[in-house]
Write a protein that binds this ligand. Sequence first.
Ligand code: FAD
Length: 496
Amino acid sequence: MNNHLVSREEAALALDLFEEFINEQSFQLILQCHDRICELLKIRPSVFLDFYPALKKSLNNWKANTLWSKLDKRAQQKVYEGGRACSGKKVLIIGAGPCGLRSAIEAQLLGAKVVVIEKRNDFSRNNVLHIWPFVIKDLMHLGVKIFFGKFCVGSINHISIRQLQYVLLKVALCLGVEVHSGVSLEGLVPPDVDDPDAGWKACIQPEDHPVSQFEFDMIIGANGKRAVFDGFKRKEFRGKLAIAITANFVNNRSEQEACVEEISGVAFIFNQKFFNDMCEQTGIDLENIVYYKDDTHYFVMTAKKHSLLWRNVLHNDYPDTQTLLAPENINREALYEYALEAAMFATNYQLPEDIAFAYNHHGEPDVAMFDFTSMFASENACRIVERNGKQLLMALVGDGLLEPFWPTGSGCARGFLGCFDACYMLKRWASGEKTPLEVIAERESIYRLLAQTTSENLCKDLASYTLDPRTRYPNSNSRKVLPIHVRHLYDTDRPE
Ligand code: FAD
């Protein structure tokens, strides 16, 4: 890729557009802005070494240079082998949630050709995520402050899902990742038996989208908690009935709002008086509540069933949670009242009296109620399928791999660790030094650690984290699972 034919005017225009790109707050507009920059600079999303140096060379001002110095530092980590560790490998990533985009960044830095497809056309989730210290450090190293100056300036560390997606999307695009919106995975197409050069392809919607012609060696399922591939059995963990409510209110950033204190997580067992008083005064009975002041005023709480019935949020009591929380059994107006009153009580009525709900992507007040009695984890983190001499490395990351329990704030943290582990597996596989079964066994050994991680038991030197699991997990044992244990995860049509 070269861009020596760019005129001064084109370069100046691209720099102006880069400023827009940095500030843009819409999935579509970010993609469009990036397209126009690429057009002006006569470059196209490609592998890291073909794209990033050309972009960097053309865009010079203090902001761009600050970003380049951060990304250069990351790219220089030994593990990426100068952007050549996975040269020639092609990766398709399903989903542009935080974990799909975080995986895309790593696979791109390893030198693979990376394509992300996202079925939605916008990022609309207001919900705010509490993040662990290593995630903050990680985002800082990727230049989050250039894109979102207000990152972690409050008393509690958090970021809205939407904002996190914008930041990661922008970083991924700057590195050369190809991202397509409104494109959904429907299935996999094995290599054509009549064509010895054919590789694995995806069956997607819309059918005639160019991505349907993309041939890839690895596919990463980052599509949230719903299973997208065959071959990944899910284990269910059932706890006692747990009903969560999230509510987002408009943050007008007034002086009054600025004074309201955030709540990092008040659980019944730690502050029984607070919850008893709330129940006595309002009839709202909660097990815990969290409040973060971010782009919105965000509340998440676990409500007790009897109080939802008493306040008429639920019309009828049913033993089966699905019927209990079915839309027909929910009185939305009563739910809004419940969420508003809980928010007001919890903040000591300091929020403005006329505070309004933020809206969700359906144009309705952004209040949701859902069941998290059951949580799922995949039994395996990866598998390899071989057809017609072509191996496909399949991996899950994020909620699809291990669904988090929201009160621990572990979603993005364990999510990102899983992304790093999946990309490390890509590197090991690409090196050709290990057999497919050895690669799978190593990945599954590391996966055994994930559910036990806490922000306290990870390696303390956060600045030294790399894709190599040994830099992150203090007791990593890559031989816990042996190749003999994972034969079922290597599905080949090759005769023995
Ligand atoms: P998602 O964010 O779900 O992204 C998946 C993406 O894939 C979506 O954009 C979707 O549109 C797309 N997609 C789906 N199917 C397809 C397809 N077939 N083709 C193409 N695209 C597809 N985590 C924290 O770290 N801290 C917290 O404080 C926290 N609080 C939470 C509170 C609540 C109430 C809940 C429910 C969750 C909370 N979490 C928290 C968890 C956190 O939201 C998730 O862990 C995180 O969003 C997972 O990211 P992901 O990329 O795996 O999946």
